[in-house]
Design a protein around this ligand. Structure first.
Ligand code: ATP
Ligand code: MG
Length: 361
């Protein structure tokens, strides 16, 4: 089955290196869709970040949110909300606002070593499935309101929220993903100390495991998990964790597998998907053609894969494979940006990928 119409995709450039790496990703997606024989995507650029504050009085304008609702998926550039003037700096940052608005509950962060890269653990090939709406990140909690407060100037209280429906849906996402990979899920928690909250997380994940007898399941405490990751990253397949644990583990796994500039992610619900690099806006190198576009390009490839699976569209799935293969072929051929020890500019690296996505790499 093919899609009834071309995908309509949003583009938000964001801050810092965003205007360099996001257009690079659009080029690669266009080339991959063409090479796969799919309809070209229709792109719509939407304001977000520092430039949107100047022009629209908000880092994430209402008009952007309502336009996103009409689209099939979108690319989100990094944002540097710490540099926004008040009151914008204190508000929920743009990606948090979008995740919350569209209930993008699953943050999927693969970490896979690069042949020819200088990774600490090049045999890493795992995916962190991070719950994105509750847990120990109190600012995103539905029930806790602001989530953090100070009853006196010397006491700060942060709340963690764990609910069965939210745990169940992230566990289902993790087990479904494991079925397309090596059929292994590791549940990460701290149920020995946080017996009720982390205990519920572990228990519900194990219940979902019972519906997936073909998937091997293991569970580890978060502290032990960091040690196991460092020692034997290559042994893990799918790792499911609550919000904060998943965030910390994905930085660790990303660094073991490569560098910050190579770690992709998507944020998804059952009917929407946002591609977002795991790194920040890198203001120190912005505007100089030095940025590594790999993380953003691979995230965009993940979006194609998600679209293809959602719509039963083999061509989009094929285009996604071409994106990943094209990036890896370019790195293998010795083309890379400075952070990976190479000399290519953002555009030169992107051209090297575009050349290879069509080659059935
Ligand atoms: P944030 O708070 O937005 O996550 P951060 O403080 O974690 O930001 P980043 O913006 O991710 O920081 O940058 C950290 C370092 O990594 C910087 O020195 C930056 O130049 C470098 N870096 C990040 N992303 C890339 C990239 N895509 N290509 C090259 N270097 C990068
Ligand atoms: Mg960061």
């Amino acid at each position: 089955m093919t899609t009834p119409r071309p995908y309509r995709l949003g583009v938000m450039l964001g801050d810092g290196i965003g205007p360099e790496i996001v257009p690079a990703s659009v080029h690669v997606v266009d080339a991959a869709l063409a090479a796969a024989g799919a309809e070209p995507a229709e792109w719509q650029e939407l304001p977000l970040g520092a430039s949107a504050i100047d022009e629209h009085g908000s880092a994430i304008p209402e008009s952007t949110l309502s336009a996103l609702a009409e689209l099939d998926g979108w690319l989100l550039g990094p944002h540097d909300s710490a540099a926004y003037p008040e009151p914008f700096r204190s508000r929920l940052n743009p990606s948090g606002a979008i995740r919350k608005h569209f209930d993008l509950y699953a943050n999927i962060r693969p970490a896979r070593g690069f042949e020819g890269g200088e990774a600490i653990a090049p045999d890493t090939d795992l995916v962190i499935v991070r719950e994105n709406t509750e847990g120990f990140y109190a600012d995103r909690n539905t029930f806790a309101g602001t989530g953090e407060y100070m009853p006196t100037p010397d006491v700060a209280i942060a709340m963690g929220v764990f609910t069965r429906p939210a745990i169940e849906r992230i566990a289902r996402a993790a087990f479904a993903l494991a079925r397309r990979r090596r059929h292994e899920v590791t549940i990460v928690h701290k149920a020995n100390v946080l017996q009720l909250s982390s205990g519920l997380f572990r228990r519900v994940c194990l219940e979902v495991a019972e519906d997936h007898p073909d998937v091997a399941v293991d569970d580890l405490h978060i502290d032990a998990m960091t040690v196991h990751l460092l020692r034997r990253a290559g042994a893990f397949d799918v790792v499911v964790a609550e919000n904060m644990f998943g965030d910390i583990l994905s930085d660790l796994a990303g660094e073991l597998a490569g560098s910050l500039g190579t770690a992709p992610s998507i944020n998804a619900s059952d009917d929407r998907c946002m591609a977002q690099a795991a790194h920040g806006s890198a203001p120190d190198i912005a505007g100089r053609g030095l940025a590594n576009p790999i993380a953003m390009i691979l995230s965009s490839g993940m979006l194609l894969d998600w679209l293809g699976r959602r719509h039963g569209d083999d061509r989009a799935v094929d285009a996604a494979v071409r994106v990943e293969d094209g990036v890896r072929a370019a790195v293998r051929a010795g083309v890379s940006t400075r952070d990976l020890g190479g000399e290519a500019s953002t555009d030169e690296f992107t051209d090297a990928v575009v050349e290879r996505v069509g080659a059935g790499a």
